[in-house]
Design a protein around this ligand. Structure first.
Ligand code: BEZ
Length: 208
């Protein structure tokens, strides 16, 4: 299988970490793919994802799958199913809801990155970035208040939250989300020791 990815992308990291957790890490070849808003990558749009988002997975059978959540589901099924998302019951809906929260926080963080780095300076909208930060900070505080949700075997929500926190540390190392959220901070320190996180730390892609 081939994963079209960017080493800075928290969404691509989520898939790479999922593959390692599921014992499928060595089945995936990585192919650097650069996409960004207002920088159309027409080849990628026509051959893989018209939305021009990464990651996308090309399966051994030649099918392209996206987005990161669907790819994680695909890998989970390939590994036998129900490792990352429980098959049924309240546990399933809790993991999926926690995942939706973590995914929204991750999307907000990427929006801040685009707003404060990619958008031409004269067009930047500070209140928008402040609003995105509020979603992120409120989300971390929610996990702090519901730290029991972080217990147990690594699931899809844990991977997504971990990749979000790793992305915050990567792009905004000066932002201290740990002091007000000690339980989340302790959980993330332990998560980072796992091979799935230790082997996928975010990096900038080589300059093109
Ligand atoms: C980044 O460089 O921060 C980034 C790259 C790809 C997707 C999301 C974020």
């Amino acid at each position: 299988m081939k994963l079209l990815y960017n080493p800075a992308s928290p969404f691509a990291r989520k898939v790479r970490a999922a593959a390692i957790e599921l014992g499928l890490g060595d089945r995936i070849q990585l192919e650097l793919t650069l996409v960004a808003p207002c920088k159309p990558n027409k080849d990628y749009a026509s051959s893989h994802n018209p939305l021009r988002k990464i990651p996308a997975l090309v399966t051994d059978g030649g099918m392209t799958i996206f987005d990161s959540t669907v790819i994680c589901e695909y890998l989970d099924a390939m590994a036998g199913g129900a490792t990352l998302v429980p098959r049924e019951g309240d546990a399933r809906w809790r993991v999926l809801t926690n995942h939706a929260l973590a995914q929204g926080m991750c999307e907000a963080a990427v929006q801040v990155r685009y707003e404060t780095w990619l958008r031409p300076e004269a067009l930047r909208w500070q209140d928008f970035a402040i609003d995105q930060w509020d979603r992120i900070d409120t989300g971390i505080a929610w996990f702090e208040r519901h730290a029991a949700e972080l217990a147990g075997p690594v699931n899809l929500a844990h991977l997504t939250l971990g990749c979000t926190l790793g992305y915050l540390d990567f792009r905004w190392p000066e932002r201290d989300w740990r002091t007000p959220n000690p339980a989340v901070a302790a959980w993330f320190s332990a998560l980072k020791q796992r091979p799935s996180f230790a082997l996928t730390a975010p990096e900038n892609p080589p300059a093109s």
